[in-house]
Design a protein around this ligand. Structure first.
Ligand code: DHB
Length: 325
């Protein structure tokens, strides 16, 4: 077996991804130049920065930090407005273009989704219900299931139109910690017939302090922000697995703590069909995709796999011998 006989491509959601690895929304995907670099990289798709109706400056800087273990951000949704990303999708269009839309005001989000519906160059929509950093808001929508149900119910007529024309729509979730949260959110995902879920957004309300300055490493919200990077990978694997168990027919996009091809391998074993890279992309730039791709292929060759479908969701549970209890 050699590198030519293994493939990390993925055909899901009616789309063809040359690689199962893409960027996470928020990482180097705000300007057109950044989006073009993603287009030219080994990433299998392009995800836009979560957008609002109008462009936004975001929170005061420094608002992003990383070290070898983690990242912390409180960006405050700096973006160029949804029309900019639609225009960008029209100018690129070499690989699937996923538009991330921030779930803010319901009526406005409805209008944005209505425009995207008509845009053939936007392959699918990721509705972000998990942004933790908006200074005027103390809540992450995805943690409040009644509000979330209400929010989705307003979007529901549009979701039906998406279904009718076959444009996939999904939701980006916050991390969940308890079994009942997975139960409730899974029921909502089924109720509104989401095609995919992206799990997970950064772990909200974290704080990192610098020893020398004795201050938080970022400025907004007194240093409180969303945690990403290596530290969140076990949380992500659990969220992927627990959603996989409850949502056998929904595509899962894993996001959290991917630095290497081995990390991708773990995400896929837990049940993700596609994965996203955030912090490591911020650290290394778009060349990270070629590196991760080649590391994943090395593992596949060593283990005799040709296609990722051979091991997606196939994590082997340990068999416990009841005699040893
Ligand atoms: C921002 C952060 C997020 O985690 C997110 O999902 C959307 C926006 C931000 O602060 O810009």
């Amino acid at each position: 077996m050699n590198v030519k006989s293994v493939s990390t491509e993925s055909k899901v959601l009616g789309l063809s991804f040359s690689s199962c690895v893409m960027n996470a929304s928020g990482a180097l995907c705000t300007s057109f130049e950044e989006l073009r670099s993603l287009d030219e990289s080994y990433a299998g798709a392009i995800v836009s920065k979560s957008c609002s109706q109008m462009e936004r400056e975001g929170n005061p800087k420094p608002r992003y930090f990383h070290n070898q273990d983690l990242s912390l951000n409180s960006m405050g949704l700096p973006n160029n407005g949804y029309s900019y990303y639609i225009l960008s999708s029209q100018k690129l269009n070499r690989k699937p273009f996923i538009m991330s839309v921030a779930a803010l005001d319901k009526i406005i989000t409805y209008q944005i989704l209505e425009v995207i519906l008509q845009e053939s160059t936007v392959s699918m929509v990721e509705l972000n219900v998990s942004c933790p950093n908006l200074c005027h808001s103390n809540q992450v929508l995805g943690n409040h299931f009644e509000d979330l149900d209400n929010y989705f119910s307003v979007m529901s007529p549009l979701f039906q139109k998406y279904k009718m024309i076959g444009k996939p729509y999904g939701v980006k979730l916050p991390p969940y910690w308890e079994g009942y949260q997975f139960d409730v959110v899974s029921k909502l995902i089924q109720k509104y017939q989401f095609d995919f879920v992206t799990t997970l957004n950064s772990v909200p309300n974290c704080l990192v302090i610098d020893t020398e300055t004795e201050s938080p490493v970022i400025i907004p919200k007194n240093g409180i922000g969303g945690l990403g990077g290596k530290f969140v990978k076990p949380v992500t694997l659990s969220n992927i697995y627990q959603l996989r168990c409850r949502l056998p027919d929904v595509v899962i996009i894993g996001c959290g703590g991917i630095e290497t091809g081995e990390d991708v391998f773990h995400h896929l074993l837990a049940g993700a069909s596609l994965v996203q890279v955030g912090t490591e992309l911020m650290k290394r730039g778009p060349s990270v995709f070629a590196k991760i791709e080649s590391e994943l292929k090395d593992i596949m060759i060593r283990k005799g796999y040709h296609h990722i479908g051979e091991f997606i969701g196939k994590m082997k549970l340990n068999v416990v011998n009841p005699m040893t209890y």
